[in-house]
Design a protein around this ligand. Structure first.
Ligand code: SF4
Length: 322
């Protein structure tokens, strides 16, 4: 197997904040706590988990939109976290991001043509005519009409705006796109169109994706491998087939069972994931999942389970698999 395009090792990001009134105390949020994974060239790798599990912080940390505290991020062996500002700009061309809310990430006072042309003008990527042509070609590639070039973001539907967001991510012909909940703000019928578009781009351009989502059904469709995150840590990792057909971590089991099956003939009692997600400010002792885990044992309340690597792609952190 060729070396991974991206290697992430022991990535960590803690935030400190003030909490309480009238005597605020400083608290630490352990948003990302030792996350390790890699992404192959042309692969779609999923990061899944409930809201607040740290998956979006991982995505932003890889691009240094949020500066990680420590860890390694290697793109083709190049240490992204050690780069100065100028060299980081060059690497960011190779790693782009698609945001959940395309409307918030587009300038409402700029036409789509201006939004797409600006980075090319700044980086002197051709004459005005060549850039104009390139904008039209990008719009065509994401399924938008040429007339879209003169429209403002508010004149598009949510799905069309996300197509613009995808076009913007493609400007520099990246190797890796971080898609942060790219379809969760869209209607279900539109979701599938955007996923089809992204899959087509993945195959045509041999693009790698990190697909961040709370929705296991979407990840199942789009990704080849995935990591399940809980309170800032990866608790299970493997191929999509492995995690759906033979999940080892009780949290993965519950997420899978809570995910709808796209077949009206198949009925399944949907179990509830009991109790609230504990706070990343003050995670419980032992396994962070133990207050919600139907299989918790005494050991789980005392000791965080070590990461057990099962093969090249598979691993789990659970005492049941120790
Ligand atoms: Fe459940 Fe224990 Fe495994 Fe944690 S370590 S997931 S509490 S069985």
């Amino acid at each position: 197997m060729s070396p991974p395009l991206l290697q992430v090792k022991s990535l960590q990001k803690f935030f400190t904040m003030k909490r309480g009134f009238p005597n605020p105390e400083t608290v630490t949020v352990r948003a990302v706590d030792g996350v390790t994974f890699d992404v192959q060239k042309g692969e779609a790798f999923g990061l899944v988990g409930e809201s607040g599990c740290g998956k979006s912080t991982v995505g932003r940390g890889l691009l240094r939109l949020i500066e990680p505290d420590c860890g390694d991020v290697l793109l083709d062996g190049q240490d992204v976290l050690a780069l100065n500002k100028a060299r980081l700009q060059a690497v960011r061309r190779r790693m782009q991001i698609i945001f959940q809310d395309p409307y918030a990430s587009l300038n409402p006072r700029r036409t789509v043509g201006q939004t797409l042309a600006e980075p090319m003008v700044v980086h002197e990527m051709g004459s005005r005519t060549e850039i104009h042509e390139r904008v039209r070609s990008l719009l065509n590639e994401v399924g938008l009409q040429p007339e879209a070039v003169d429209k403002f973001p508010h004149e598009f539907s949510g799905g069309q705006r996300q197509r613009v967001g995808i076009a913007r991510a493609l400007i520099f012909q990246p190797d890796l796109v971080i898609a942060d909940e790219p379809v969760s703000a869209l209607d279900v019928s539109i979701q599938s169109q955007i996923l089809l578009l992204m899959r087509g781009l993945q195959e045509k351009r041999r693009l790698s994706f990190i697909f961040i989502s709370h929705d296991l059904a979407v990840v199942r469709y789009f990704c080849q491998r995935l990591a399940v995150m809980y309170l800032g840590r990866i608790v299970e990792q493997g191929t999509v087939t492995e995690l759906f057909e033979n999940p080892l971590h009780p949290y993965t089991v519950l997420l899978r069972e809570a995910s709808p099956i796209p077949d009206p003939q198949v009925r399944r009692d949907v179990p509830r994931i009991e109790a609230e997600v504990p706070s990343p400010i003050n995670p419980p002792p032992g396994c962070y999942f133990h207050p919600r885990c139907p299989k918790a044992m005494d050991l789980c309340r005392r000791q965080y389970p070590p990461w057990r690597r099962l093969d090249a792609s598979r691993g789990v952190a659970c005492h049941l698999n120790g």
